[in-house]
Design a protein around this ligand. Structure first.
Ligand code: HEC
Ligand code: HEC
Length: 437
């Protein structure tokens, strides 16, 4: 990798890119036969978009790269037993064959949710989880659907019973995290429900001692950590775009077969006139921030989804935060959220999602606003909608993209679809117990 970087730098210094015009103007802007090529400044920007780096460390999750945890998490991800009804798994909504989403506008579990199911491609790179960033780690995220009544409707005490009584899950848990608590005197169902204090599960929770509550929380946190460990293996890479960037930046010669002329023009627009790369930045295609892109209401959405600002309030109340008791590195976790403040600007902001393999998971946006990529890109071309809440980022001005420019950007987005993942990642293993593969 070091050698590659050196090579890339020396190529950049010599301006030895295929098709680079010395004047800095792009050559062949239209389909005239000669492949669209790139200016030196475009090539320099391309260097920030490739290669996809290796996964960042996850210090708050000591099991993030542990093969035992990955296998248990992968087994549970596809296990409908994780839901109260016994018929919903994480994979029911995050279906590998639907780009790890569900093809629906809004998530459908035991009931219909408020937001569109996010794809899980490259979640291991995320700084924040959820459309509103209400979790600061991936394992914090994995915990909440298990108990969410519209998703899986389970509870942490029932989960501890399940892990205790299923021989294989019991073995897998112990081999990964150590002994399970003694649940023999615990009620069947219990969890804290501060907003519904009369609920029998909340009352049952209050009947447990603080140590028992702590033990149940730790089991739930560990299961979150195993799910997160597995999710880190869901990576979109080696897309046609990556092959193109590699050929251009490493070999100094673009491979004319991997990106169509239209997709190349789309790339120029993405990092040029259309300014998409300001937010969908770098090799992960996200700056890891939040923005209000001025989407209007839709009849199927809650009238006022405040997005990021509520995400910050929710995070403050979450006991499974990266700086909390169940974190494996609370100091690092605390640094991450130390400067988190709320401002009016955050009204109606949502997470800037990665665009890798984006073509596989329509519809688009936090509320499934657009059925196709064409419609999504057209939104940026026209920005005529009245924002449902807050105000649109100032930088998003009407771009007046022509139909052919929109088609070019769509072609570029389609070139971000990564290599197909093997069955060893996309299916449930036979057993939750680690077996070397
Ligand atoms: C009922 C459908 C449904 C089920 C079941 C479900 N999810 Fe989700 N998932 C969603 C929706 C909807 C969102 C976005 C919600 C939001 O932002 O408010 C989401 C968001 C996520 C995210 C955030 C991704 C990102 O980029 O921030 C992750 C990770 C995730 N889910 C993992 C899981 C795991 C692990 C499970 C099983 C324990 C699971 N989900 C179960 C619908 C579901
Ligand atoms: C100001 C920051 C910003 C800029 C500039 C920007 N985006 Fe986005 N993009 C976002 C945010 C934020 C979302 C999620 C919005 C939501 O759901 O409310 C998003 C969502 C998307 C989605 C849907 C992703 C999904 O998972 O549903 C696509 C596709 C997309 N953007 C493409 C583009 C393209 C193409 C451009 C350039 C024309 C662009 N974006 C420019 C911030 C930006």
């Amino acid at each position: 990798m070091v050698r590659r970087h050196l090579l890339r730098l020396s190529l950049l210094a010599s301006g030895a890119f295929f098709g680079c015009s010395r004047s800095g103007d792009p050559i062949a802007p239209h389909d005239t036969g000669a492949p669209h090529s790139f200016t030196e400044s475009e090539a320099a920007l391309l260097q920030t978009m490739w290669p996809l780096p290796s996964l960042p460390a996850s210090p708050t999750n000591a099991y993030a790269d542990d093969p035992w945890a990955i296998q248990l998490g992968q087994y549970l991800f596809f296990d409908t037993g994780l839901s109260a009804s016994g018929d919903i798994a994480c994979s029911s909504c995050h279906d590998p064959s639907l780009g790890w989403s569900d093809g629906l506008k809004l998530g459908e579990g035991t009931a219909t949710g408020d937001r569109h199911t996010m794809s899980l491609f490259n979640v291991g790179y995320n700084r924040w989880s959820y459309w509103d960033g209400r979790c600061d780690t991936l394992w914090c995220q994995a915990i909440s659907p298990i108990e969410d009544e519209r998703e899986m409707g389970n509870n942490r005490v029932r989960l501890a019973h399940q892990l205790t009584h299923d021989p294989l899950l019991n073995q897998a848990y112990r081999e990964t995290f150590g002994p399970l608590p003694d649940v023999s005197s615990w009620p069947d169902n219990a969890r804290p429900m501060p907003n519904e204090e009369d609920h029998e599960d909340h009352q049952a929770w209050l009947s447990l001692t603080p140590d028992e509550q702590d033990a149940a929380n730790r089991v739930l946190a560990n299961i979150g950590k195993s799910l997160a460990a597995y999710e880190r293996t869901i990576i979109s890479r080696d897309s046609p775009f990556d092959q193109f960037a590699e050929a251009m930046l490493v070999d100094g010669e673009p491979d004319n077969d991997v990106l169509s002329n239209s997709a190349r023009r789309g790339l120029s627009l993405f990092i040029g006139k259309a300014q998409c790369h300001f937010c969908h930045a770098g090799a992960a295609f996200t700056n890891q921030e939040f923005a209000n892109i001025g989407l209007a209401d839709r009849p199927w959405l809650l009238p006022a989804d405040r997005g990021r600002i509520d995400g910050i309030f929710d995070l403050r109340d979450n006991p499974f935060r990266g700086d909390g008791r169940y974190s494996d590195d609370p100091i690092t976790g605390a640094i991450k959220i130390a400067n988190l403040t709320t401002t009016g600007e955050q009204e109606g902001q949502f997470k800037v999602p990665s665009l890798r393999s984006i073509a596989l998971s329509p519809p688009y946006m936090h509320g499934g606003h657009f059925d196709t990529l064409d419609e999504a890109v057209r939104h940026y071309g026209e920005v005529v909608e009245m924002p449902a809440l807050g105000h649109r980022e100032d930088m998003l001005q009407t771009l007046e993209l022509s139909d052919s420019e929109i088609a070019d950007i769509v072609a570029f987005l389609e070139s971000l679809t990564g290599a197909e993942l093997p069955d060893s990642i996309t299916t449930q293993p036979e057993s939750p117990v680690y077996t070397p593969r």
